[in-house]
Design a protein around this ligand. Sequence first.
Ligand SMILES: [Zn+2]
Length: 467
Amino acid sequence: MRNPRSLNLPSAPDYVLHRARVPACLLADAPQGVPSDLDDALLIDIRISNGTVAALTPAGQAPSDGIAAVDLAGRHVWPTLVDTHAHLDKAHIIDRTQNPDGDFAGARDATSYDRMRYWRAEDVRRRMDFGLRCAEAHGVTAIRTHLDSHDPQGDISWAVFREMRDLWRGRIELQAAGLMPIDMYAGRYGDHLADLVAESGGIMGGVTRASGAVHGPEMDDLDALIDRVFTLAAERDLDIDLHVDETSDPAATTLWNVAQATLKHGYEGRVTCGHCCSLAVQDDDRVARTIELVAKARINIVTLPTVNMYLQDRVAARTPRWRGVTLVKELRKAGIRVAMAGDNCRDPFYAYGDHDMLDTFRQGVRILHLDHPHGDAPALATNVPASIMGLPQRLIAVEHPADLIILNARSMNELIARPQSDRIILRAGRRQSLELPDYGELNFVTEAKPFPREISAPQSVAAVAAE
Ligand SMILES: [Zn+2]
């Protein structure tokens, strides 16, 4: 098989992609009579007309007279990717502020330090723009980012977000959720942030641990604080997206409390919970009861496999014993919407990453054993997160925009075995020539001067009071 970059895609507005292979879970209406392969993918012809998918037919049946065409020889074609849980505001600070030991507490403290010291608007804007250009080059067309919204950072970062959302509209659809420890909602700043989120068209967010703490046994006032977040959201008709139980401590059972609050406030279908790692280390009875309640509350779950594997079970001089991920198979079996997402990127919570949802998917399949068979796993990085975000379907379908990714792989095995760095991105049927931004553009990160606001300059990460 030749490198797909050598594929000569027609420049005409009307053309056919012959012999494209599409996972059945990524087709809205599969053409009749097409057998599926071992990966449950179908070999079809895709006709594109004026930027839109005009017809889907069994391979070899698309009309060929007078219409430009290219033979994909069975390569996979997917819709574009969706990242429903990112942190564009934190990304790419790793060269400036390291996590001293790679664990959760170190990540929290290092990020607080970097935020208080450097996150003026220009710093956030330039790193966010770098991350968005990475994502775009990888074929990501929608991102929900969480934004550290502590006082006074919230006003700064939300203003940058609104600006970037406008600038990127039509290339990457952006949503944001306000993030801060849940006890920070107790005071007047909670009202201010809720107003800011509402005025910005955002989503109510938060992390269900106390400031400066880690996820673990229930806080005394947990239910009151969760109630406060739901009340602030309900008063403004905002959806909710929380960081929940990001720990290997089985005593962290906040997902249950969030599900109860969801039912109490009539918020079924409007709440998303990320991480939920500790669910995987609780006893079977508790797991079953929690999953039943989460299904009843129609809570969406987002698993963050790369970051969980990096942060969870990290103990100095000890080899990790578990992968850190939540019970994706059990949650899905109960009918709960579960998406996979990228989370952090080159920051103290995760040192690596490139805003590439296909990389997240390839690693996630391995970490979560979403193979043998792969089944509908591709939906976790495309259509499921789109539905959680309330976006148009990320499915290949007649009358949908021809926003597609052509992969140099004829099977899921070939797709997952290589990084697919030679993938081709089509937007409205036209091949995009997108380059990844050069790391040299981030030299400003290491050259940044401290932000002189009310925070006195700390001498080290440890010197900053953890938030
Ligand atoms: Zn996160």
